[in-house]
Design a protein around this ligand. Structure first.
Ligand code: ZN
Length: 400
């Protein structure tokens, strides 16, 4: 027992270390959109009360003039309804709110700017814009103006004028104002609000040290296996998985997803539970683990996905989401490649699934032990088909 406890402690410490080394990894708590969704929604809801008075909240360093501070931190219950992500843990938000309340007061005493767009810089043009955060819609172009409503991230407007600081938008034929920095042309929108974490399976060298297969488990498995290799291509599985994962990253980013990679090089040592921790800490909306298969039967071929069973003792409550993600990704990959559709394997033997607190699937893209499939998977064009198909599956999962 004691040894297991020590191992767990070591594991947790090393997970934290790895986590800290990975850019954008959560724990930091200051990266927008990286908190767990449920928590964020709650936080957004809690904000509703304190945001009611129209207090504007400091968003970033550019806001130091304190004159255009309409931000998502004034999130109201619309965030809840639309599931919009809010950027920070509620505790951080609360303290920021207090700080900015004081700031707003000072600004109000110093000057009372006339609420009109700056005639020197204003540009009149009708264009479709989208809120990049939950923002205040005001009756005038000033933080002193009354808040008409607070809208959630991704709300759409027709903009009629923009002076660089404030934008005039039309709502039901009436003109209102939103801080320009929180509006983006719909055509330039690059982020659809979902975070996908991609784990390119395996790494340059496996690590056979044991780790528990799930939280609290006495059963252990190697931290990360060395994977299979191509019978014809000679590719290592860890090379193939990263090749496809990088293509998948590009594909998903092009479709507007925020993407975080567990690894982008072969020279890493990240155990399966640590990979799950990356996705967990980031608050991934979906965690895609990319692998290729191997079999003693060289005739075996095709794509399968893996998800936990409904009775998974570690994260069974996520079964429905994992199953749906696994179905969508399997269908997407099969449709895009024409490969043999195998099945969804439900198992509770995967550490990298068992440690997850976010929806996860493993996609086994094909058999590297099948000469034909191995050769295909080594081709750039087929890898792109796989990436496109998996991305189609992610789109389908989110209903995009
Ligand atoms: Zn593998």
């Amino acid at each position: 027992m004691e040894r297991i406890r020590k191992r767990l402690a070591v594991l947790i410490v090393s997970a934290l270390l790895v986590c800290g080394m990975l850019a954008g990894c959560a724990g930091a708590g200051d990266a927008p959109g990286t908190g767990k969704k449920e928590g964020q929604e709650t936080a957004g809801g809690q904000e509703a009360g304190s945001g009611q008075d129209g207090t504007d909240v400091l968003q970033d360093a550019k806001d130091d003039q304190q004159n255009d501070l309409d931000t998502e931190d004034t999130a109201d219950t619309k965030d809840l309804q639309e599931g919009t992500k809010t950027p920070e843990p509620s505790s951080a938000k609360a303290s920021e709110t207090e700080t900015e309340k004081e700031g707003d007061g000072e600004a109000a005493e110093e000057s009372v700017p006339a609420p009109s767009l700056d005639p020197e810089t204003v540009v009149y043009a009708r264009e479709e814009v989208v809120a990049t955060a939950s923002v205040n819609v005001r009756r005038g172009p000033s933080t002193d103006s009354e808040v008409y409503q607070t809208v959630s991230r991704r709300s759409k407007f027709t903009r009629t004028a923009d002076d660089g600081t404030w934008s005039a938008v039309e709502i039901d034929g009436t003109e209102y104002f939103i801080a320009s920095k929180y509006l983006k042309l719909e055509s330039e929108l690059t982020d659809n609000g979902y975070l996908v974490v991609i784990d390119a399976g395996h790494q340059g060298h496996g690590n056979s040290e044991p780790e528990p297969i799930g939280p609290g488990a006495s059963e252990t498995k190697a931290k990360v296996a060395s994977g299979t290799s191509g019978c014809v291509s000679g590719l290592n599985e860890y090379e193939l998985t990263l090749d496809v994962s990088l293509k998948l990253q590009a594909e998903l980013e092009a479709r507007g997803y925020e993407v975080m990679m567990v690894r982008t090089s072969h020279d890493v040592d990240i155990s399966n539970s640590e990979r799950a921790a990356v996705a967990n800490n980031a608050g991934a909306d979906a965690f895609i683990r990319v692998h290729a298969n191997g079999s003693e039967d060289s005739a075996e071929n095709g794509i399968l996905t893996i998800c936990p069973t409904s009775g998974n003792p570690y994260m069974g409550s996520l079964y429905g989401q994992c199953r749906s993600l696994s179905e969508c990704v399997l269908d997407g990959a099969v449709n895009a490649t024409g490969a043999n559709k195998k099945y969804i394997w439900e198992t509770d033997s995967m550490s990298g699934i068992n440690w997850c607190t976010v929806p996860v699937t493993i996609v086994e893209m094909g058999f590297m032990t099948n000469p034909e499939e191995d050769q295909k998977m080594a081709e750039d064009s087929y890898q792109q088909q796989l990436a496109t198909g998996i991305a189609d599956g992610v789109d389908a999962y989110f209903g995009n």
